[in-house]
Design a protein around this ligand. Structure first.
Ligand SMILES: [Mg+2]
Length: 227
């Protein structure tokens, strides 16, 4: 009997290479905004994007708000007169077509799906995540995807995990493992709900708030020895 027969995977920057997809999506946002794409601009946008998603993870703002707000702040910083809503639309449309896997995610999902049940737990815009999932190589290995927008709640809240647990027969707090890259959503969520968690931390970031991390990996293939 496997230790964790139920695996709850985060999507972005865990199974999907979101940062790579974001390059393309950001370039599309630049194009409709009259800006010339550059890595430097992308890095400046990421500062606002990260700050806005942290607000969302903390429950301080809605997703619709922060998606536009990140571009509003970015344009304000640049002193550019462009439409943040139009930029966001171009960004999301492009994002929904980009399903680049992270290293070894296809291989790991295929292997684990033979003996485990795999699910996606993701804070995301539903249209983007459904679009990406439909194109993803990992799709056949996932039993279901639980998208925050459809759940009406998000990681790390208890309500989100209540929604997920109500939809997976046989899952208990002791037989599942949460795997994700985000401390504020995945690891905090597992801490809140009392679930075992594995922090996928390929960039070897710090854990400043001392959250419980049961396993820490930098390569998804390390899961073979954990689950
Ligand atoms: Mg993530």
């Amino acid at each position: 009997m496997p230790r964790y027969p139920y695996l709850l995977f985060d999507a972005d920057n865990t199974l999907f290479d979101f940062d790579r997809a974001d390059h393309y999506a950001f370039a599309a946002a630049c194009e409709v905004s009259g800006l010339e794409y550059s890595e430097e601009l992308l890095r400046r946008y990421w500062v606002h994007n990260d700050a806005c998603w942290t607000m969302f993870d903390r429950g301080e703002a809605t997703k619709d708000f922060i998606c536009v707000e990140r571009f509003r702040r970015f344009f304000a910083e640049l002193g550019v007169d462009a439409d943040p809503a139009a930029a966001n639309r171009a960004h999301l449309e492009t994002l929904s077509t980009c399903a680049f896997p992270t290293p070894y995610s296809v291989e790991v999902c295929e292997t684990l799906s033979k003996t485990r049940r795999l699910f996606l737990i993701t804070n995301a815009v539903a249209s983007v995540q459904r679009g990406r999932l439909a194109r993803a190589e990992i799709k056949p290995y996932l039993e279901a995807a639980f998208i925050s927008e459809e759940a009406g709640a998000q990681k790390p809240t208890k309500a989100y995990f209540d929604y997920v647990f109500a939809r997976i027969d046989g899952i208990t707090k002791d037989n599942c493992l949460v795997i994700g890259d985000s401390l504020t959503s995945d690891i905090q969520g597992a801490n809140n709900y009392g679930l075992a968690c594995c922090w996928y931390n390929p960039k070897r970031a710090a854990n400043p708030n001392g959250l419980r991390v049961d396993y820490e990996i930098t390569d998804l293939r390390e899961l073979y020895d954990i689950v």
